[in-house]
Design a protein around this ligand. Structure first.
Ligand code: ADP
Ligand code: MG
Ligand code: MG
Length: 249
């Protein structure tokens, strides 16, 4: 589904991705782990098409398309979802408005009819229930005054509503307590564990991988993938740390 080859990218003239190569097949959940500053968030921004991130070499193919040629909204309409390490607040716009606009914009881009207000609310209620997020939260302005855990759960409700083919989730577990971690992890499984879907799951911690079991685990260091293995690689990292595991590679 996603084929990244020799990707080089920089921001403000600073090179951050240095020849990153990675493939994710349909049906796979691929965890990305790596030290702080390795370029994990940068990878997710480059995939999403965030302005300011300049790709200087390499290619990204997403479901047969050249991803790097697409505008951010075209990437979303093509089925790519980005979950942010730090979800943004949007004062003045309610979650319900935001989510319905986002969904209907994507449906329009795909030539599908928009959902009516009633149909949308029914869908939103079902997904909020999955993430155990009160519907009242969805009536509030996007992320304004939300706790870290509420932001992450609201973001997973958004993912459930948009139902993407592929999700890049950046430290979705940060700021979650143990119960919220299980709810969010099970939400990811329910929404994205599918033979036709794929996930890049960026995380520092095994505890999320206990719930969302990855098929593959890769280590990103200094802007490239330096090691790929199975779920056991994450367990070794947890026990031994990045330096020890990378020294063995
Ligand atoms: P990670 O998510 O793996 O912790 P990031 O992708 O956030 O790493 O950051 C990778 C590197 O890029 C870090 O050294 C960070 O300081 C640097 N960086 C990120 N944004 C900018 C920027 N706007 N200008 C310069 N350097 C940046
Ligand atoms: Mg970090
Ligand atoms: Mg990061």
């Amino acid at each position: 589904m996603l084929k990244i080859e020799n990707l080089h990218a920089e921001i403000d003239g600073k090179k951050i991705l240095n020849g990153l190569t990675l493939e994710v097949a349909a049906g796979e959940i691929h965890a990305i782990m790596g030290p702080n500053g390795a370029g994990k968030s940068t990878l997710s921004y480059v995939l999403g098409g965030r302005p300011g991130y300049e790709v200087t070499a390499g290619s990204v193919e997403f479901m047969g398309q050249n991803l790097l040629e697409l505008e951010p909204h075209e990437r979303a309409a093509a089925g790519l979802f980005l979950g942010f390490q730090y979800p943004v607040e949007i004062p003045g716009v309610s979650n319900v408005q935001f989510l319905r606009e986002a969904l209907n914009a994507q449906r329009k881009a795909r030539g599908e009819e928009p959902l009516s207000g009633g149909e949308f609310l029914k869908l939103a209620k079902a997904k909020a229930g999955l993430l155990k997020l009160d519907m009242d939260m969805l009536k509030r302005h996007v992320n304004v005054g939300f706790s870290g855990g509420e932001k992450k759960r609201a973001e997973m409700v958004q993912m459930g509503i948009l139902d993407p083919a592929f999700a890049v989730l950046d430290e979705t577990d940060s700021g979650l307590d143990i119960d919220a971690l299980r709810i969010v992890g099970e939400g990811i499984n329910t929404i994205m564990r599918d033979p036709a879907k794929g996930v890049l799951l960026i995380t520092h911690y095994q505890r999320l991988l206990d719930v969302v079991r990855p098929d593959k685990v890769s280590i990103l260091s200094q802007g490239r993938i330096v090691q790929t293995g199975g779920p056991d690689l994450a367990l070794r990292l947890e026990e031994e740390g990045y330096d020890a595991v990378m020294a063995d590679a």
